[in-house]
Design a protein around this ligand. Structure first.
Ligand code: NOJ
Length: 522
């Protein structure tokens, strides 16, 4: 029996460009990560997930892969990646890498060959090249997740499909090369010791080859198509062919929890990010409902729930929870929304304790353990995210949650590296740095360290029971540990307990103040 470490793991997400810069060029890299592994061990994480570290023109932060078997030179070399995987393992930290099956970079050799070969050539069949209408319209009127259309016309008049940016051509998953290549890529990284794969845009790779408009046929033409499950069964067989078992984690944005759970059947993916919980506003009723629906949808397939507060695509929780509307929508991010940062930070602390107490896998995005806010005033000429540009500037983009991590109180990039960082950091970054928070018992970092250590020793099982509580309170038991969070405007009495284990802010006597979470032992 393979130990199922991932069922209750803490997985820390590293966005390599912004974590730590080892060579002083202003861009984070693997040398930087290697130098900070002890920090991650002390934080108490079981695994790290790297957003794509492969060779890429970086048209979409590395989600435009030109070569899956090479590390981007800005980040380092394959030898460094291998060393990193080994060094992390020696500290008890597993490594998960990102695989992007829906598309590649326009600089990928397959796409270059497809362009060079011309209409009708077999090289084009690995992608979706089509003729448009005689009037010069693209083959469909689909809308990209990054705004605008999903087709770009090439010189010879054909159009190619890209659900994301024009520099991310979609692969044709009916082509045998595409399937074979991805299974080989999985083996390539599993053979190098990675413990798992995060699957990008996991509901999107298969298309209806008839290319109907959305809503014209019973199935969606490019989302959540039934044929995907067979692909993931193939991937599961690859993962299971390793004696210690490797893990598949899906990026699955679907509204229907039952459709979601189909990806988690025992011969498909092991786990998937819980975006339903992440998108809900800071309200007891909403979050209680998301927790219950998560438990209900995961139990029948035996998959562990996951808890996610943010990632590299999402407005940071310390900011989001300070807004009047604290929900999140991938295509509904806002500029200039009135935000109470002190409230956001207080709620983000409570959210950390809430999510860390729930049964299943916890994801922590780099910098959330420092309580970093979204950086909303980046100069326009610093922005890089195609979401911003393709929306004509309407969407603020995702650069604001990707600003390099501050490690020290001062310095040219607050210890991120020796050079000016690729995105400017706010002056507040020094006071939020690891050095500033390290020894402060009241800091977010100390809260995370305490919570993760306690979680590891006290919250090992999968047991969970709701406790009766007021409408504005979430309260549940994990064995003899209780977690109580007050979302209401007034302090509430704590339930009976023997010991207060941890709180996200000070108590009011024996009462739990607004936006505070407590872990109690009974
Ligand atoms: C989801 C990734 O998380 C996001 O960063 C990326 O832009 C899209 N997929 C396209 O790969």
């Amino acid at each position: 029996m393979v130990a199922q470490w991932w069922r209750n793991a803490v997985i820390y997400q590293i966005y390599p460009r912004s974590f730590a810069d080892g060579n002083g060029d202003g861009v984070g890299d693997l040398a930087g990560v290697r130098s900070r592994l002890p920090y991650l061990r002390d934080l108490g994480v079981d695994a790290v997930w790297f957003t794509p570290w492969y060779a890429s023109p970086q048209a979409d932060g590395g989600y435009d892969v030109a070569d899956y078997r090479a590390i981007d030179p800005a980040f380092g070399t394959l030898a460094e990646a291998e060393a990193l995987i080994g060094e992390a393992a020696a500290l008890g930290i597993r490594t998960i890498v990102d695989v992007v099956p829906n598309h590649v970079s326009d600089e990928h050799p397959w796409f270059r060959a497809a362009l060079a070969a011309g209409p009708g050539a077999p090289e084009r069949a690995r992608f979706w090249f089509r003729d448009g209408s005689p009037a010069g319209e693209p083959p469909t009127g689909w809308t990209s997740a990054f705004s605008g259309g999903t087709w770009t016309r090439v010189e010879d008049g054909q159009w190619y499909l890209h659900l994301f940016d024009t520099r991310q051509p979609d692969l044709n998953w009916n082509h045998p090369d595409v399937r074979r290549e991805h299974e080989e890529v999985l083996r390539f990284w599993f053979d190098r010791g990675v413990a798992g794969i995060r699957i990008d845009s996991a509901t999107m790779p298969v298309k209806d080859p008839a290319f109907p408009e959305v809503g014209e046929s019973a199935d969606h033409p490019f989302l959540d198509r039934d044929e995907l499950h067979d692909i993931y069964r193939g991937w599961r067989a690859v993962a299971d062919s390793y004696a210690d078992g490797r893990v598949l984690v899906g990026e699955i944005w679907l509204d229907d929890p039952h459709r979601f759970a189909r990806y988690l059947r025992s011969d498909e993916l092991h786990s998937a990010f819980n975006f339903d919980f992440m998108m809900r506003p800071w309200e007891a009723k909403q979050l209680r409902e998301a927790i219950q629906s998560t438990l209900d949808s995961h139990a029948p397939v035996g998959a562990p729930p996951t808890w996610v507060l943010s990632n590299h695509d999402v407005t940071r929780p310390a900011t989001r929870y300070g807004r009047v509307d604290s929900s999140f929508g991938f295509n509904a991010k806002r500029f200039d929304t009135p935000t109470d940062l002190a409230r956001g930070e207080r709620r983000a602390r409570a959210a950390a304790l809430l999510t860390a107490a729930l049964p299943g896998t916890l994801y922590v995005y780099q910098g959330d353990e420092l309580g970093l806010p979204e950086v909303e005033d980046l100069p326009l000429d610093a922005l890089r995210d195609p979401m911003h540009f393709r929306s004509g500037g309407v969407d603020p983009g995702r650069d604001g949650c990707r600003v390099p991590v501050p490690w020290t109180r001062d310095g040219v990039s607050y210890g991120f590296g020796d050079g000016a960082p690729w995105l400017p950091q706010p002056t507040r970054w020094g006071s939020l740095s690891v050095a500033a928070q390290d020894a402060d018992p009241a800091s977010m970092l100390t809260l995370y360290r305490s919570a993760l250590a306690m979680r590891r020793s006290l919250l090992r099982g999968e047991e969970f029971a709701w406790l009766a509580s007021a409408e504005d309170v979430i309260a549940f038991a994990r064995g003899d540990v209780l977690c109580v969070v007050n979302f209401g405007a007034e302090p509430v009495p704590l339930p009976g307990h023997r010991e207060v284990l941890l709180t996200s802010a000070g108590l009011d006597g024996d009462r739990l103040p607004t936006d505070v979470a407590a872990w109690l032992r009974v």
